[in-house]
Ligand binder design. Structure first.
Ligand SMILES: O=P(O)(O)O[C@@H]1C[C@H](O)[C@@H](CO)O1
Ligand SMILES: O=c1cc[nH]c(=O)[nH]1
Length: 338
């Protein structure tokens, strides 16, 4: 068995860490989440998590938290609102809605990578079983019009390499950027014929830059021309790339390395074969960004209803009823940060 195929979780489904140092430490401070294994009761706070949803901006992920709350019928105790659990990290936002975590990851591989280290450790400390991670993002389409939903089959870097390369102790390590194929198919099957937009699957290119790295002519610097750009975009399109964004490589590589199932669902903001600038009006962009959220919500609702945790009227039963324990936790969470 290669190290890549080793058992990545304990038999009960809890996340296994590929780092023997963590369990020898007195405490583990998840610095960028403003949480710690000793300062917080991570099992009570997060032990019931099943879905971890991430996206670039704090606003999108706050809106997703309220949206999924309504979709699964999660009720907050009277007089309380959703709390940004990581607000005092001043880095990422994090909301918990029953079995769903909604977290912003910022822009680019370094930002999402740091977050994934800490969220994967959070899953471990909280003894979460078989979590599923989603990235809900935006991207540029290749041969796809704006507003198209793309579910990534796999991720490649700007050189079309299917792995994340990271210098560690002066050596380049490579981690395969693999996404869960079955999850990708299941998500595709949840697209509905009457959705007023297309939902497709394909290869996603992940770059280290929005401008030169994605072959844009409109950055502060540009050392190539329109022909060079089109030649490159046509070449990557031929190799199966249907969209370009900036986090999928790390998201796929780190979740795969942790043995966590994951999927990347992005909406295209424009067809890069037709232009570089984001020209759609703000209201249109807002509506487009809702589309990957709708697909992920359908998946979560289907999962919860199959597990008998969502009644037909959409209400989430066992995890979300007014529980005195949960109420205490909401209070505790607020108190921790007062
Ligand atoms: O999830 P988001 O919308 O942040 O994803 C893409 C990739 C970069 O982070 C950003 C560039 O505009 O959008
Ligand atoms: O073109 C785009 C649009 C959104 N995000 C990207 O990384 N690229």
């Amino acid at each position: 068995m290669s190290s890549d195929e080793e058992l990545d979780e304990y038999p009960d489904g809890t996340v296994r860490l590929r780092n023997p140092n963590i369990e020898l430490m007195d405490q583990d401070i998840l610095y960028h989440l403003a949480l710690g294994s000793e300062s917080h009761d991570l099992i009570s706070m997060f032990g019931d998590i099943k879905f971890v949803c991430m996206g670039g901006t704090p606003k999108r992920m706050e809106q997703f938290a309220y949206y999924i709350m309504e979709q699964i019928g999660h009720k907050l105790p009277a007089g309380t609102t959703l709390l940004d659990i990581s607000q005092y990290s001043y880095r990422y936002c994090m909301y918990k809605v029953g079995p769903v975590l909604s977290i912003s990851h910022g822009m680019g591989i370094p930002s999402v990578g740091i977050l994934l280290h800490e969220v994967i450790k959070l899953m471990y400390h909280a003894r979460v079983r078989d979590p599923i991670f989603f990235r809900i993002g935006t991207c540029g389409g290749i041969g796809l019009e704006g507003g198209t939903v793309v579910i990534s089959e796999d991720a490649v870097d700007g050189m079309l390499q299917p792995f994340l390369e990271l210098p560690v102790l002066g050596k380049l390590i490579r981690r395969p950027a693999k996404l869960d194929k079955k999850l990708c198919r299941e998500l595709r099957a949840l697209a509905q014929p009457d959705d007023p937009y297309e939902t497709v699957t394909g290869r996603t290119m992940c770059t280290y830059d929005f401008y030169e790295g994605q072959g844009r002519l409109d950055g502060a610097f540009c050392d190539f021309n329109e022909n060079d750009k089109m030649e490159y975009l046509n070449k990557i399109h031929k190799s199966g790339v249907v969209n370009i964004e900036m986090e999928s490589l790390s998201f796929a590589a780190l979740t795969h390395h942790a043995g966590v199932k994951s999927a990347v669902i992005c909406v295209t903001l424009m067809d890069r074969l037709k232009g570089d600038q984001v020209l759609a009006p703000k209201e249109v962009l807002d509506e487009w960004q809702q589309r990957p959220c709708t697909l992920v919500s359908r998946y979560i609702k289907r999962y919860l209803s199959m597990k008998g945790r969502l009644s037909l009227d959409g209400h989430c039963g066992s995890m979300c009823v007014k529980s005195p324990r949960r109420f205490k936790l909401v209070q505790q969470e607020s108190e921790n940060y007062d």
